[in-house]
Design a protein around this ligand. Structure first.
Ligand code: 2BA
Ligand code: 2BA
Length: 109
């Protein structure tokens, strides 16, 4: 068995959850926050048999797309704030960041 952790954008999470359930995967959705943008994203947890991992990855790939997001820059520490012009910077946020972990044991009580 494997545990798939997929960090996805909030905009894709409902569609991805529905698609996973349609394909008979069991899923759990967690609210998460990206360390860089410090804005909300969604982590989907999928526990599944090894032979279904590729299918799960395909469903994730098909339902998540990358987007440009504007990031408000932080003013420089100790710098001259008067001359600092905070232009927003565009950052490309990926469709999904996926980790596949081995599961040593799975129990349901
Ligand atoms: P839910 O996905 O909301 O599922 C609630 C209950 O509905 C499940 O209880 C199960 O009895 C039933 N169920 C879910 N999917 C089903 C399906 N495809 N066909 C028939 N019945 C289905 P539990 O199995 O005790 O799971 C409770 C919660 O634990 C789940 O909530 C889900 O959030 C999480 N979970 C369970 N197995 C998981 C897995 N393999 N990967 C990720 N999360 C899992
Ligand atoms: P954030 O950390 O908010 O990152 C959002 C996007 O900002 C990233 O998109 C990337 O394009 C950019 N970015 C992140 N750190 C950067 C840096 N040090 N320098 C320049 N640009 C940077 P993605 O790579 O698609 O990641 C989307 C989200 O997935 C991340 O949100 C984070 O929550 C998660 N993630 C990505 N890689 C991860 C990893 N190795 N471990 C844990 N979570 C990860």
């Amino acid at each position: 068995m494997k545990l798939i952790l997929a960090v996805v954008q909030d905009q894709d999470s409902a569609r991805l959850m529905n698609a996973m359930v349609d394909h008979n995967f069991r899923v759990t959705k967690l609210a998460s926050t990206g360390g860089f943008l410090k804005s909300g994203n969604t982590t989907i947890m999928i526990g599944t048999e090894d032979i279904r991992v590729e299918k799960a990855l395909q469903v994730i790939r098909d339902n998540c797309k990358s987007r440009e997001q504007l990031m408000a820059p932080v003013s420089p520490m100790g710098g001259n704030a008067d001359s600092y012009i905070p232009y927003p910077v565009e950052v490309e946020v990926g469709g999904a960041t996926v980790f596949v972990l081995p599961v040593e044991r799975f129990e349901q009580f």
